[in-house]
Write a protein that binds this ligand. Structure first.
Ligand code: GS8
Length: 224
């Protein structure tokens, strides 16, 4: 792409969906401007650029918005096609990648149940998360990355959860026990953290814990 391309990312620092796009942009070596959004008081720019969902992330490429993290990542892969590749070229393999990307969204949903609820709903979130992790563990068997030998779209989609797992564990007072129960995911996480793109994108654990603890208190109080 031409160097005069203007790329902006509307994000929220803790959002696993926005973090995916950050990792994708870093992997491709794309120059971008990051514009942090206040989700409690949405900016006119966010409302204009994503009038349907009013959510982050939104990628604005030369003034034109693209919303939804998986769609943004595929867009980036198609436009900046001359650097590292997120999706394989074979249509069947591409369909499989999309399947797993969609599946990982279910882990984020289970995670939300863990950190934003109590009692049976929280327990159900834990059960679901463990079930999903068991399936992902099996999928990683014999591979370095979900994409095989290369870090691809499924890896990018899953990587933001590396900083969310300790939050689920602390808030719900349990352990996933990755090293023992999910050794493939455990070593995958170590490899991901060593990547500059992931390391640069993931927020500080302490900051994430403070934010989630505060938000949990407010949201649980509002529900009561
Ligand atoms: C989800 C984005 C989302 O939930 C995607 O991009 O993949 N399917 C979308 N964004 C959240 C922040 S992360 O929890 C958001 O913008 N929430 C604000 C709101 O819903 O009002």
């Amino acid at each position: 792409m031409a160097s005069e391309d203007e790329v902006k990312l509307l994000g929220f620092w803790a959002s696993p969906f926005a973090l995916r796009v950050l990792i994708g942009l870093e992997e491709k070596g794309i120059k971008y401007e990051y514009v942090e959004q206040d989700l409690a008081s949405k900016s006119p720019l966010l409302l204009e650029m994503n009038p349907v969902h009013k959510q982050v992330p939104v990628l604005i490429h030369n003034g034109r918005p693209v919303a939804e993290s998986a769609i943004i990542l595929q867009y980036i892969d198609e436009v900046w096609s001359n650097s590292s590749v997120f999706l394989p070229s074979d249509p069947y393999d591409r369909a499989m990648v999309r399947f797993w990307v969609d599946f990982i969204d279910k882990l984020i949903e289970a995670g939300r149940c863990i950190w934003l609820s109590i009692g049976e709903k929280q327990e159900e979130g834990k059960r679901q998360a463990l079930e999903i992790l068991t399936i992902l563990e099996e999928n990683l068997k014999g591979k370095n990355y979900f994409g095989g030998n290369t870090f691809g779209m499924v890896d990018i989609t899953f990587a933001p959860l590396i900083c969310w797992f300790p939050i689920y564990e602390t808030i719900a007072d349990f352990k996933f026990m990755f090293e023992d129960k999910f050794p493939n995911i455990f070593s995958w996480m170590k490899k991901c953290i060593e990547r500059e793109s992931v390391n640069k994108a993931l927020p500080q654990q302490e900051r994430l814990l403070q934010m989630t603890t505060k938000l949990r208190i407010i949201l649980l109080r509002d529900q009561a």
